[in-house]
Design a protein around this ligand. Structure first.
Ligand code: SF4
Length: 470
């Protein structure tokens, strides 16, 4: 609940104007970024672009979307990670090259972006922004120019230089490409538009909104081109083990999305079930933190037999809290956003379910809210293990100081300390084993870096993960 998110991307190759479909696809991906939005299309030999701050429906006017011609295009919703909230970082980025205009939208974070930037500065390159996405597009164009303008070779050579997470959609002149990093850290899937067309998007929920048929996930390390006939897979350079971000399942993705073959909703429900088995408690009512804890609460209720009730009511017209940034603003936003439902809570022993605790500020306020509304006991159950290490792949959990849970402590000590800090009677986090089982993938094929299990790529001063199967 308390963390911020990375970005959402979409790309379309169609036989008709695509800007309206991209607009609606971006609205379906709005939860992945609310800071800005952009759409770029190819039309009459060049790329045309509309950009704006804020939510998708505020970022553009209706006429801007309608007048954006072209049957091929890409779109982006942004939460600022590397590069900050500077308007120059709004994507898609467009750079002109010998091969024509190149537009790029990126979800993820490049771990070695500072090294690359310094190296390229040293060679006399200059950049318009602080964004790591600009580094990607410039390296791709540079490598293309060294490969007779071949975009596939350019992308492949650039991939050799990039360390980190990246799901990309690109227009290279009139061609549409999509790329997923070799570990598949960020999700990306492919669908068939009706009557004709292909679409790639960060999550399958965007395909559903467009009435597109899900075809498959883009493979980790794959360079895929959307063409008039089909999606052409140019190459797949996967790592021996993938590293799908566990947080996508825990919190980021929409519950109706299916990521790499696993329903997010089912994974969350299983996390709740695991919690009920691992940290049972005597209580009267299970209350989800809406909406992020809903599926977890359902699973907990099913296994524990404790009824689930709407003990917190959400005001849907207030934006998610992380948009506010600082702690004071967060505090104010919380009382606007959630209200306790006394009819459910008063005189009851409450089990409060949520997806994660990062800083603990929000959860402390919610516990306080429930107590004020008459809860006799508040037992907090969390659908992810304690967040202990920063994320270097695009999720805004950057410094260890901000985490309420501290490493090198026994689980019981962490639970007791967090319970005290947020004034809960007890706190229980799902175990890593419970989480991995709930997601239904091998631990070796998931990123668990922020759970202090090592990172899937090299990260300066951090431990690389040790594969259990090796
Ligand atoms: S470190 Fe955590 S949040 Fe970041 S990609 Fe890995 S699992 Fe996801």
């Amino acid at each position: 609940l308390q963390a911020s998110e990375s970005c959402g991307i979409i790309g379309i190759f169609s036989s008709r104007q695509c800007s309206i479909d991209i607009f609606y696809g971006l609205r379906a991906l709005q939860h992945r970024g609310q800071e800005s939005a952009g759409i770029a299309t190819f039309h009459e030999d060049s790329v045309h672009r509309i950009l704006g701050p804020g939510l998708v429906h505020n970022a553009f006017t209706r006429d801007q979307v309608r007048n954006l011609n072209g049957a091929r295009g890409i779109g982006h919703v942004r939460y600022p990670t590397t590069g900050g909230a500077d308007p120059r970082n709004i994507q898609p980025l467009v750079v002109s090259s010998l091969a024509g205009d190149v537009a790029l939208a990126h979800n993820g974070d490049i771990v070695n972006s500072s090294d690359l930037r310094n190296e390229l500065h040293g060679k006399g390159w200059s950049f318009l922004s602080r964004s790591d996405s600009e580094i990607i597009v410039r390296i791709i164009i540079h490598e293309m120019s060294r490969s007779n303008g071949d975009p596939v070779l350019g992308i492949q050579k650039a991939m050799d230089r990039l360390v980190g997470s990246y799901a990309l959609v690109m227009l290279v002149g009139d061609r549409v490409f999509t790329v997923r990093d070799p570990h598949g850290i960020k999700p990306l899937c492919l669908g068939q538009l009706s009557p004709f067309g292909l679409v790639v998007a960060s999550e399958s929920c965007a395909l559903d909104v467009l009435g597109a048929r899900f075809l498959r996930d883009v493979a980790p390390g794959e360079v895929l081109e959307l063409t008039a006939e089909r999606a052409v897979s140019h190459s797949v350079r996967a790592s021996p083990n993938t590293a799908h971000c566990m947080f996508e399942y825990v919190y980021f993705s929409r519950p109706d999305s299916v990521l790499d073959g696993r329903s997010v909703y089912k994974a969350r429900t299983e996390m709740g079930r695991a919690l009920a088995r691992e940290f049972p408690v005597e209580a009267d009512v299970v209350v989800p933190v809406p909406d992020s804890g809903r599926a977890h609460a359902l699973g907990f209720s099913e296994v524990s037999g404790i009824p689930m009730r709407e003990g917190l009511i959400k005001n849907r017209y207030v934006h998610r809290t992380f948009i506010m940034g600082e702690s004071e603003k967060r505090k104010r936003a919380m009382s606007l956003k959630l209200t306790p439902n006394r009819a459910v809570i008063q005189g009851k022993r409450v089990v409060l379910l949520d997806d994660s605790i990062v800083r603990g500020t929000t959860m402390g306020q919610i516990v306080q809210m429930l107590r004020k509304a008459g809860a006799m006991e508040v037992h907090v159950r969390i659908g992810s293990p304690p967040i202990l290490s920063p994320c270097y792949y695009g999720i805004d959990m950057k410094t260890r100081d901000q985490f309420i849970a501290k490493p090198n402590q026994k689980r019981e000590a962490i639970c007791a300390k967090v319970a005290k800090s947020i004034n809960a009677n007890t706190v229980g986090y799902v175990t890593v084993e419970g989480l991995v089982r709930a997601i239904g993938k091998s631990e070796d094929d998931m990123c668990l870096g922020c759970l202090a299990r090592g990172y899937p790529t090299s990260v300066p001063k951090e431990r690389t993960r040790k594969l259990r199967g090796k």
